[in-house]
Design a protein around this ligand. Structure first.
Ligand code: MN
Length: 320
């Protein structure tokens, strides 16, 4: 996924230790641009909160009839200092990157690409896709790992039956099930499908902040109603997390968690860095075709040019 918003959003953390207050982040519609007209719902970053743990970006899309929306066609574009986590509910995306990985993203399968020092990739929904529906999430890498080499991990979690729900734990640990996928900071990522009328009480790590991104149906997080598309956030300090599905159809959510990310970030376009000058250099290097990002083989078209930097200096922000 490529971020087409050229204006930086202020990065503000929102954790309040011990408070079981749910902060509800509503999505905003963002067109992805490019040759097709696909629009995503973005819940992170926002002015009121940028991060849940190291999760720093959340795009949710579909269900889109690709004969109407045109599907996804994101030309080669760069990333630095982050990992992209792709998770689909429906459809299929062809991924190509400058590590040489050519992979399909399929429903229920995690593709985690590590940009580290620099990578570029393209993402195109396949001709067989009729309905495209999923999320793309970014994870900020901590200073110690943000210049690491490119990497790509793939994992298909087994569905786990819980009382009233089915879980797929793609990152971290939930309900005694642990994903083998490596992360640089303690993280949780899981898909949960709640039965109609179900109440689910999950044991969670009180050192984590959590987010519940609602896909299908509406749920209640600690009694706070979350409509489809919303991201409900809980600060650190909770050892249990209560989710209700008051509806008469299954509800589906993506549960995110992680230890508060203590570092200040500059996020602009598809780059995560630490200073204006660093991000400006990444941009220049992409425009110059620097080896920092390598090449994508097999994409039938041009790569995405970087937008102009906004006026003024990009400022690093972090958790207060
Ligand atoms: Mn991308």
């Amino acid at each position: 996924m490529s971020n087409v918003e050229a204006e930086p959003v202020a990065l503000v953390g929102g954790s309040t230790p011990g408070a079981a207050v749910v902060e509800v982040l509503e999505p905003r519609d963002v067109p992805l641009g490019g040759p097709r007209a696909m629009t995503v719902r973005r819940t992170l970053p926002q002015r009121s909160r940028s991060l849940i743990g190291a999760w720093c970006f959340a795009d949710h899309y579909g269900p889109d009839d690709v004969s109407v929306s045109g599907g996804m066609d994101v030309a080669p574009h760069p990333h630095t200092g982050l990992q992209t986590a792709s998770w689909l509910f429906s459809g299929e995306i062809e991924h190509r990157d400058s590590l040489g990985v050519h992979a399909l993203v399929r429903p229920g399968e995690l593709n985690l690409m590590t940009a580290g020092h620099g990578i570029c990739h393209s993402e195109v929904s396949t001709p067989a896709t009729t309905v495209l529906h999923g999320v793309q999430l970014w994870i900020a890498l901590p200073d110690a790992d943000r210049d690491a080499p490119r990497d790509f991990q793939h994992h298909v979690p087994e569905p786990v039956g819980l009382d009233g729900a089915t879980a797929r734990v793609f990152l971290g640990t939930l309900a005694g099930h642990t994903s083998p996928v490596r992360t640089s900071t303690p993280l949780l990522g899981a898909e949960l499908v709640l039965d109609p009328g179900a109440r689910l009480v999950l044991e969670v790590d009180p050192a984590f902040e959590h987010g519940v991104l609602v896909d299908l149906g509406g749920v209640e997080l600690e009694g706070t109603a979350l409509a489809g598309g919303a991201l409900g956030c809980l600060g650190v300090g909770a050892s249990r997390l209560r989710l209700d599905n008051p509806g008469d159809a299954p509800a589906r959510v993506v549960l995110l968690g992680g230890e508060p990310f203590g570092e200040r970030l500059v996020m602009w376009w598809n780059f995560v860095g630490r200073s204006h000058d660093e991000v400006a250099r990444y941009r220049e290097q992409w425009q110059e075709g620097s080896e920092r990002f390598g090449r994508v083989e097999g994409y039938p078209g041009d790569r995405l040019p970087a937008p102009p930097l906004p006026g003024g200096r990009l400022r690093p922000r972090g958790n207060p």
